[in-house]
Design a protein around this ligand. Structure first.
Ligand code: SF4
Ligand code: SF4
Length: 247
């Protein structure tokens, strides 16, 4: 149960984020305007963390190179996939780009045949995780990655190998409430503008975004950006063969 003060902050952060996103989304209907709005929203997430009271931030166990949480499934919406894809296309070397393509394709093939509960239990390193335990797209990582913190790394480690770890007990309510208010505000504004609001498996959808330029066109037309096989919870296993396409 959140305190009345925290509940008030949560509402204010949500309203501020929805308004800020909607103002920026109304400034243009092209991909560049969308990305400008998203950059603002992601910065708001980072600002919200930085402005969380120091005594709350002092309880955060997260450190650079601590990456147990980067082996659990990441669910995203389409805008987060395009945000990450833009960064990869602009910043990665050809060799690093090829590496991401290979790892996301392998991941996509692996999860495509899994049932929903099997997907939830899957533990494998994210395709964007570097060997040093840091995120290779840190500036453009998805909202869930930005908003996820715990007060101890131990339950995160245990969650990789043990079933039914009560990881929520390590969450930090005074931080999580604020971060989720901003995250939900970003998503609310994008959904209100009519964009795809389906939950996708990050690795699968990223592979599609990096290999099929039509995805972005569909997204801007307010249609589902990625095929059902990329959904976090697809209707049923498809056993789909992944075509190799270049954008
Ligand atoms: S959530 Fe857990 S695994 Fe991830 S950085 Fe924080 S302490 Fe480490
Ligand atoms: S995108 Fe980055 S922060 Fe998120 S799970 Fe992958 S490596 Fe970790």
């Amino acid at each position: 149960m959140l305190s009345p003060a925290l509940e008030k902050q949560r509402h204010q952060l949500f309203a501020h984020t929805v308004q800020g996103m909607e103002e920026r989304l109304q400034s243009g209907q092209d991909p560049a305007a969308m990305l400008t709005a998203l950059h603002w929203g992601m910065r708001e997430l980072d600002r919200t963390f930085a402005e969380t009271p120091a005594k709350v931030r002092a309880t955060v166990a997260c450190r650079a190179g601590c990456a147990f949480c980067c082996s659990v499934p990441v669910h995203v919406q389409a805008h987060e996939v395009f945000f990450a894809a833009e960064y990869i296309q602009k910043k990665f070397s050809p060799a690093d780009f090829a590496g991401v393509l290979t790892r996301t394709a392998t991941h996509r093939t692996r999860v495509s045949g899994l049932l929903v509960d099997e997907r939830g239990r899957l533990r494998e390193p994210c395709a964007l995780l570097r060997d040093d335990g840091c995120c290779s797209i840190y500036e453009s990582r998805p909202e869930a990655c930005r908003a996820h913190h715990t007060n101890s790394a131990e339950p995160c480690r245990a969650d990789l190998t043990e079933l039914d770890v009560a990881i929520e007990k390590a969450y930090i309510p005074a931080l999580r409430a604020r971060m989720y208010a901003v995250m939900l505000g970003i998503d609310e504004a994008i959904e209100n503008a009519g964009f795809d609001d389906r939950a996708y498996d990050f690795g699968s959808a990223l592979n599609e975004a990096l290999t099929n330029s039509l995805c972005r066109v569909l997204w801007m037309r307010r249609q589902p950006a990625f095929p059902d096989s990329c959904l976090a919870e697809p209707p049923e296993p498809t056993g789909e063969t992944i075509p190799l396409r270049s954008s």
